[in-house]
Design a protein. Sequence first.
Length: 206
Amino acid sequence: METAKQLWAGNEDLAEACLEHPFVQGIADGSLARTSFQIYVGQDAFFLEAFARAYALALAKSPDRAGMTQFKDLVLGVFDELSLHEKYAQRWAIDLAPEPLPATRAYTDFLLSTAGLEPVGHIAAAMTPCMRLYAWLGQTLKPYASTESPYYEWIETYSDAGLETLVQGLEALLDHYGGTPDRIAQLYRTAMRLELGFFESAWRAV
């Protein structure tokens, strides 16, 4: 089994915890408080800026053109995602430059530290969980999510086939570049824990 698939399988407990979290279920059925979603979008915009910088560092460290090309596409994907956040901001008066909550800062510090200090395969291990988790959440939620949910656009975005293509590209880089197995597993697990903490933080910030 490829490294990326092994890591995802080994972290299904955290993926399921994210899926069942009341924040995520509130997106699916539309019951999530608007204030919680506003906080989340602002925090996610802060996070995504760090995510783009981490991808840029991975691009710079890539030992071949294929890696550079894939990380370039991933950076552009982050900016597409930020465009969605800008639509939310205009619609619901969301501050896209908020003071980061502790959970947000912990995640961005982890990513930027990893991107700055670790080899490219390890960077991919730290960044893959966010991408794979969101694609999985979108694909899992879409069949039963309420189309009347004010957050249905979020589900459509993360269930999109284009995102799945980007995720598979990143997973291929993780498989290709590899690294120290124990370190890769540690980075992947840490990122998954931080993902769950991010949802919990937005849920409890109201």
